[in-house]
Ligand binder design. Structure first.
Ligand code: SIN
Ligand code: FE2
Length: 202
């Protein structure tokens, strides 16, 4: 499938059919049962509206000491493995040469949003960030590599995949809002977003 360009990013609308989405949701449920998502605190003591957990060798965490990738969960236990159904999406849009080290699991309940930011905590920017949208629609904003660059938004739907690579690898991006209850994929509504990243330099 050929992607659509949006602000330099590659957008694959409806890459995942309903069966593939359901398989991923079931596999991610096992991840979140082992490592429950939490609303992390920021350095300034604010709590993020998105609940997060991770799978993989390292996971993204945030607390009063700042944010970073950590080899273990806040309780000291290892992160669950990235499910094969999720790695299969990376294989389709990136390939086999390198697999991601980390899968960030973002859960957006009603009213959750994510401010404009860059993904720049990784040690290697030569690999893209792959983002999988599941559940409710989300208004995804993408700007440039410099914060003042103009930004535009696009609605992402369940099964859409976005690849931030090349010149867009360090583009500012965020989620303006979700349309709560717009999808029936997740029991109870909300949006699940998975982002796959290479964190460690080979
Ligand atoms: C992220 O930037 O980590 C998440 C983006 C999204 O939820 O689509
Ligand atoms: Fe991000």
């Amino acid at each position: 499938m050929k992607p659509v360009k949006f602000q330099g990013a590659d957008l694959y609308p409806a890459l995942l059919d309903e069966a593939a989405q359901k398989e991923i949701v079931a596999d991610i449920r096992a991840v979140t049962e082992a490592a429950p998502p939490q609303r992390f605190e920021t350095r300034r003591g604010r709590r993020l509206s998105v609940a997060m957990t991770s799978a993989g060798r390292v996971g993204w965490i945030s607390d009063r000491a700042g944010y970073r990738y950590a080899p273990t969960r806040p309780d000291g236990r290892p992160w669950p493995e990235i499910p094969d159904s999720v790695l299969a999406v990376w294989r389709r849009v990136v390939g086999e040469d390198r697999l991601p080290d980390s899968c960030l699991v973002n859960f957006y309940a009603e009213g959750a949003r994510m401010g404009l930011h860059q993904d720049r905590d990784e040690g290697d920017f030569s690999w893209p960030v792959v983002s999988i949208s599941l559940g409710d629609d989300a208004l995804f904003r993408v700007g440039g590599v410099e914060r003042p660059a103009p930004s535009r938004s696009v609605w992402l739907r369940s099964g859409d995949v976005v690849v931030l690579g090349g010149a867009s690898r360090l583009a500012f991006h965020g989620i303006d809002r979700i349309r709560f209850g717009s999808s029936r994929l997740l029991e109870g509504g909300g949006r699940l977003n998975l982002t796959l990243r290479v964190v460690e330099r080979a």
